[in-house]
Design a protein around this ligand. Structure first.
Ligand SMILES: *[C@@H]1O[C@H](CO)[C@@H](O)[C@H](O)[C@H]1NC(C)=O
Ligand SMILES: *[C@@H]1O[C@H](CO)[C@@H](O)[C@H](O)[C@H]1NC(C)=O
Length: 287
């Protein structure tokens, strides 16, 4: 009998030890749904709870395009509050593509007892996008599309109807961006500075930002590393942005303290394997 108790106690200690990795919330991208292959792979590799909620239920693909970011974030936040493993916070986020923008919502606006623990984003448009996917400036269609979008994007109806309008950045019109961007300018503390939002980023144990070297969806792809376009469409690295220089949202502090890193992987948007994902998230999510 004593032996049995001992064995059970030992078993409990061992399994408890294995569960020290915080739960992981996977947030899917635009025109996409939860990839439960990724969720299962991360969960078994890290031996922890992992979950993904399709935003908009059966209509996730449509919702990811046509619901604005605040609304998508609110839906996901409600799901988190209903999830026993996630509801108190202290979970890590794996944000994929537009999921990285919704991650900002969860970090900053979703009320949690403990702040989000760590984050890894893949191809996240942290400083927005300035061209439609696969239509860069070099193509006439890209230039034409950008011209049209730049004309209409900051009208409110677009911002209500199309999610990417919430993180569109017209590099030639920084004032228009600051005035009308319904989500990104606020979430990045570019419009109104809010110390509380910054503190929530500074509460992260670690942040890792992954860029696809041949990304043709996030334009400019340097946005995945908090870079952007200058008004004449040259790349501005994160070091030369106001967001970084003034440390508006804490990214500079995180990097200087060794709590943020920036890595790249070959290939176009969404080209990654389960092994790649696991190898990249493991050192971040297990600390
Ligand atoms: C739990 O962790 C221990 C030591 O880290 C390891 O030897 C063991 O295989 C793990 N158990 C499971 C069920 O993964
Ligand atoms: C957060 O999760 C980690 C890893 O599971 C754990 O060690 C830590 O105690 C937790 N912190 C809080 C405040 O619950």
């Amino acid at each position: 009998m004593k032996l049995l108790v001992c064995i059970i106690a030992l078993f409990c200690i061992c399994t408890a030890h294995n569960l020290t990795t915080a739960p992981v919330l996977v947030i899917h991208g635009i025109n996409d749904n939860c990839d439960y292959g990724i969720v299962k792979s991360v969960s078994s590799h890290l031996e922890t709870y992992a979950q993904c909620y399709p935003i908009g239920g059966d209509q996730a693909k449509m919702a990811s395009i046509f619901y604005n970011i605040n609304y998508q974030g609110k839906i996901l936040c409600d799901k988190i509050h209903q999830d026993e493993q996630l509801k108190d916070g202290n979970f890590s986020i794996l944000g994929i593509s537009q999921g990285a923008v919704i991650s900002k919502y969860i970090i900053e606006y979703c009320p949690l007892k403990h702040p989000v623990r760590s984050i890894v984003t893949f191809g996240g448009p942290h400083m927005g996008v300035s061209f439609a996917p696969t239509f860069p400036k070099e193509t006439w269609l890209g230039t034409a599309l950008a011209w049209i979008i730049n004309k209409f994007v900051y009208f409110n109806f677009m911002q209500y109807l199309v999610a990417p309008a919430d993180f569109w950045r017209d590099p030639t019109n920084p004032q228009g961006y600051l005035k009308h961007s319904r989500f990104l300018a606020e979430a990045n503390n570019e419009r109104n500075f809010d110390q509380n939002r910054k503190d929530l980023w500074l509460a992260l144990k670690h942040a890792r930002f992954v860029k696809w070297e041949q990304d043709t969806t996030i334009i400019p792809r340097e946005s995945s590393w908090w870079g952007m376009y200058s008004p004449d469409y040259n790349i501005v690295s994160r070091f030369d942005t106001e967001v970084y220089k003034k440390d508006l949202i804490g990214i500079r502090t995180l990097e200087e303290e060794g709590r943020a890193d920036f890595i790249s992987i070959p290939g176009d948007h969404m080209k990654f394997s389960h092994d790649q994902i696991n190898n990249i998230v493991r050192p971040v999510f297990t600390q």
